[in-house]
Ligand binder design. Structure first.
Ligand code: FBP
Length: 549
């Protein structure tokens, strides 16, 4: 395999483990836990894994040797920088338990587990993937693990390979499935532990006990670099408005973090749109207002950041999606049998009057996307909706009206960008390289501790990595009941941007100044080698969330 100069130099980087994980550890139990909501229902659904205590690893003097352990690992869902290092940390951890321990990777996500597609991950094979981005080591996929048949089929291969623990590296949906699998294996005494690891660039798998998901740090740094470059270009030519959509699915954490790093003229936060019960027209008015105000000052250029999930958060559209979800779940076969040209009519005929009117008011492409292509977890595929174009076209129209009314005297030319896939497989920043390696290594400690239904947890993340705190959090603790595919299901509660949280408050205090002036910041590319203040900074989201704690 031909390697770039950076790849070669980066391979030598040794991720820094929390000091506590560098020797023998013991698991210290904290208080018994409760789910974040709907406690009675969740307790009933998870009789064997509900209420477990939080665990924290502390140094131990017991250095008794352990037996070898065979472990399976799955990468689940969208790629996030650092996944390879989770696997490397896990590999090094189980080899530390015993040199004859073995690690098996299931190929192309949970589907590989069910279909028995796997490979053994050996030291020389793993060596090529240390500190690299991507999930190509074993591939990833979005198959949803949810049925007893899948669990039983998976158990066959676990037994055949004598695998005693399965590590699932995934987002909120995949970790929800990990918890269900853990509960099932415990209930049948399968003798297999299931451990989760918090992955997603979206940053929405976090709570009081999981400070951030891995990949968010690197991805937002990559996007911020490119946004900074665009802002320089924008401020040089002074003739374009750049509408930049950013990945992140429902939550606006990525857009908010990039705004804090780059100081654009406008950044829409979906959660605020929802809280203020805003319509699409009001969002358009807001943007057009800033364009007109900048034009007054002679500035016919600017940047607008848009979270990819925006459309779902406009309350009227949200109500429409909720009804569509139920409608499509109940009539799946009938709907799928229709010719595409008839589907719009079918939907309009079956929706309530209010939602049919909203559906009809949306551009046809957007409306169609809302009714099609749910991913296996039932999510609308927001990355496929061109919100950036929709908004800029509507803003252009609004500005024409304003011009006719003498309220806008400038020019408006727009360009569009969507940043998402560019950041998901970047080489992990030092933060993500260390964090991921620690999460994987820590998962091996949870395996050694004999627990199941836990998520690997590494905390205290704004401190240098050697001071990080390692332990395990029962996944049921993060759950609540939500409506999915027309039914109430136990799921990990998604973390949305909190409008009373420090990151949003910092942004809100500055955004008017950024809108009417040009205050761009140019973060530049991720640095892997150099002084800590350049290379090892966590995200601003994490820093602000920790300030005052
Ligand atoms: P996960 O939630 O699985 O981590 O995926 C994150 C994400 O990158 C979202 O930001 C985006 O909406 C989605 O994946 C895109 O999905 P796909 O990779 O299937 O196109």
């Amino acid at each position: 395999m031909k390697k770039s100069a950076l790849q070669k130099a980066r391979a030598a980087y040794q991720p820094k483990l929390p000091i506590v994980l560098t020797g023998a550890v013991k698991a210290v139990e904290g208080h018994a836990t409760n789910s974040v909501a709907d406690q009675e229902e969740i307790k009933k659904l998870f009789p064997n894994t509900y209420g477990l205590p939080e665990l924290r690893f502390e140094k131990s003097t017991n250095t008794q040797p352990s037996k070898p352990v065979n472990v399976g690992v799955i990468l689940s869902g969208g790629q996030a920088p650092g996944g390879h290092n989770v696997i490397c940390g896990l590999f090094d951890g189980i080899k530390k338990i015993h040199r004859d321990s073995r690690l098996y990777g299931f190929l192309m996500g949970p589907g590989g587990f069910v279909d028995h597609n796997y490979m053994e991950l050996t030291a020389p094979f793993i060596a090529d993937y240390r500190n690299t981005g991507g999930f190509d080591i074993i591939g990833s996929g979005r198959t949803k693990l949810e049925t007893k048949e899948q669990f039983d089929k998976g158990l066959e291969i676990l037994k055949e390979l004598n695998i005693k623990a399965l590590v699932i590296i995934g987002g909120d949906d995949s970790n929800t499935n990990a918890a269900v699998l853990a509960e099932y294996y415990k209930s049948i005494n399968a003798g297999v532990q299931v451990i989760g690891c918090p992955k997603t660039i979206d940053g929405d798998l976090k709570n009081d006990v999981i400070e951030t998901s891995f990949g968010f740090d690197t991805a937002t740094k990559v996007y911020s670099e490119v946004i900074g470059n665009i802002q320089r270009d924008c401020n040089s030519a002074k003739k374009y408005y750049h509408f930049i959509k950013l990945m992140g699915r429902s939550a606006s954490h990525i857009a908010l973090e990039c705004a804090l790093q780059t100081q654009p003229n406008i950044c829409i936060i979906s959660e605020e749109v929802e809280a203020n019960d805003m319509t699409l027209a009001q969002i358009v008015d807001q943007i057009a207002g800033v364009v007109a105000a900048r034009a007054e000052k002679g500035m016919n250029f600017g940047t607008v950041l848009i979270p990819e999930g925006l459309i779902e958060f406009i309350p009227a559209v949200k109500r429409l999606i909720a009804e569509l979800n139920d409608l499509l779940a109940k009539n799946e076969a009938e709907f799928a049998a229709l010719a595409p040209a008839d589907q719009r009519g079918y939907i309009l005929a079956h929706l309530s009057k209010e939602n049919a009117a909203v559906y009809e008011s949306l551009p046809e492409g957007v409306a169609r996307q809302l009714s099609l292509d749910r991913d296996p977890h039932g999510n609308v595929q927001v990355s496929l909706i061109e919100t950036e174009k929709l908004l800029s076209e509507m803003v252009a129209k609004r500005l024409d009206e304003m011009k006719a009314a003498g309220q806008f005297k400038g020019t408006f030319k727009s360009l569009h960008h969507f940043f998402g896939y560019e950041g998901r497989c970047a080489d992990p920043s030092n933060f993500d390289a260390d964090y991921c390696y620690a999460l994987g290594f820590n998962a091996s400690c949870l395996i050694r501790a004999g627990v199941t239904g836990y998520m690997s947890s590494v905390r205290n993340l704004t401190k240098p990595s050697v001071q990080w705190i390692a332990g395990g959090i029962p996944v049921t603790m993060m759950m609540n009941m939500e409506r999915r595919h027309g039914e109430m299901k136990p799921v990990i509660q998604k973390a949305l941007v909190r409008l009373d949280g420090a990151p949003f408050q910092k942004f809100a205090a500055k955004r008017d100044e950024w809108a009417l002036n040009t205050c761009y910041v140019y973060p530049g590319p991720i640095q892997y080698f150099g002084p800590a203040e350049v290379c090892d900074q966590p995200t601003m989201t994490l820093k602000y969330e920790h300030q005052g704690k």
